[in-house]
Design a binder for this molecule. Structure first.
Ligand code: FAD
Length: 343
């Protein structure tokens, strides 16, 4: 018997809109775990996007948007909610004039590609973004940032498709940008295109931008997990240990010791700093009761990064994250997006 997924597949075939059937999240997501999506739709044009959203609206179908899945963790099992992904819409173009650099960017362009292109043109302000593995659409939605550079720093306007299928242009002031968030986290608007402008006074020359970018890339290696699949930061915080110190006296005391020792290791014993960090991660996991998980845990480099130690199933990961949140007594808010209730 035909279900709503088959009905959608037929409509996509008739309208010649590309999609993948039975898309296995475990092969593509950054955390390398999760279920199977019945219809993973990858439109190639704005017209196709408009068509899809209008079809969903008129048939009362819920949908969800995926970027590069570098901040998403999705439940196991069969997912019938259709997913829209704009990775096939990935053109970027540049126009330089006496005032500066205009950038016209599809939302499927990767953040590293966006940033490297600007670095190559000698404009400063995006060197910190090279290591963020998301798409421009995901980066705007999450207001992603690194080393003081935000994806939205130079943003002028975005073209979106609202949940009725209407095309709209929104300027920066309308995006409610905040630390790791924007209006797009609450609504279902599909970001299809972003326009940026960098003023001429940000031009410092390619030699300097390349140098900045290399320095940042080297520094990233010291704190970012690079061996195991992960999703960057679990919680939207600049200092997880400091935030946890608000939980109770024990966490305040441990944070105090952590602070003193980090000053010591950073200044006098840098060779052993990773061992120090990894030991403190273990202490915190034990204090939080999170040391029982086998396949998913925090990175040995930082408590604030979920790593996959060898499983395709996201159930344990989601349990770990939910327990972590509960144990933090609301000192922390999720940065990772957990889709555990998606149909
Ligand atoms: C190794 C690693 C390092 C990281 N480092 C950083 C860092 O330094 N700084 C930082 O801020 N983040 C970092 N992240 C997190 C992540 O890369 C960013 O949040 C990124 O912006 C997510 O983009 P994405 O395309 O992967 O989005 P996804 O993870 O696929 O989705 C994230 C959210 O964006 C929405 N979305 C995606 N595309 C669109 C669209 N076109 N229109 C509307 N909504 C959309 C989704 O619905 C979802 O709500 C890191 C992640 C990893 C794995």
């Amino acid at each position: 018997m035909k279900d709503k997924s088959d009905f959608l597949s037929e409509w996509l075939d008739t309208n010649k809109i590309p999609y993948k059937k039975n898309y296995e999240i475990k092969y593509y997501s950054w955390i390398k775990a999760g279920g199977v999506i019945k219809n993973y739709i990858t439109p190639e044009t704005i017209d196709q996007c408009v068509n899809i959203v209008k079809f969903f609206k008129s048939n009362d179908i819920e949908f969800y948007i995926f970027g590069n899945q570098s901040n998403l963790i999705v439940r196991d099992g069969i997912i019938t909610t259709p997913i829209i992904n704009l990775s096939k819409m990935n053109k970027i173009s540049f126009e330089e004039n006496e005032k500066g650099l205009n950038i016209f960017c599809d939302s499927g362009v990767s953040i590293p590609r966006f940033s490297k292109n600007i670095i190559k043109r000698g404009f400063t302000g995006t060197e910190g973004l090279v290591g963020i593995p998301g798409s421009i659409g995901g980066g705007v939605c999450m207001n992603a940032s690194s080393y003081g550079n935000e994806v939205c720093n130079y943003l002028k306007s975005v073209k979106v498709i609202d949940d009725y299928g209407n095309l709209q242009d929104l300027n920066k002031e309308e995006l409610s940008l905040k630390w790791r968030g924007s209006v797009f986290k609450e609504n279902k608007f599909l970001i299809v295109y972003v326009r940026f402008f960098i003023s001429k006074n940000k031009y410092i020359g390619e030699k300097l931008t390349e140098k900045n970018s290399l320095k940042i890339t080297e520094h990233r290696k010291t704190y970012q997990e690079s061996n195991l699949p992960n999703l960057g930061s679990i919680f939207a915080t600049k200092n997880i240990y400091k935030d946890l110190s608000k939980k109770n006296f024990i966490f305040l005391f441990v944070y105090f010791i952590y602070k003193i020792l980090s000053v010591y290791y950073f200044n006098f014993n840098k060779k052993k700093i990773q061992i120090f960090k990894s030991n403190f991660v273990k202490i915190y996991l034990k204090l939080l009761g999170l040391n029982k998980y086998e396949n998913f845990s925090s990175s040995s480099k930082t408590l604030n990064c979920l790593v996959n130690k060898g499983s395709n199933s996201s159930t344990e990961a989601i349990n770990f994250l939910r327990q972590f949140k509960k144990e933090s007594k609301n000192c922390l808010n999720f940065e990772n997006i957990i889709l555990h209730e998606i149909d």
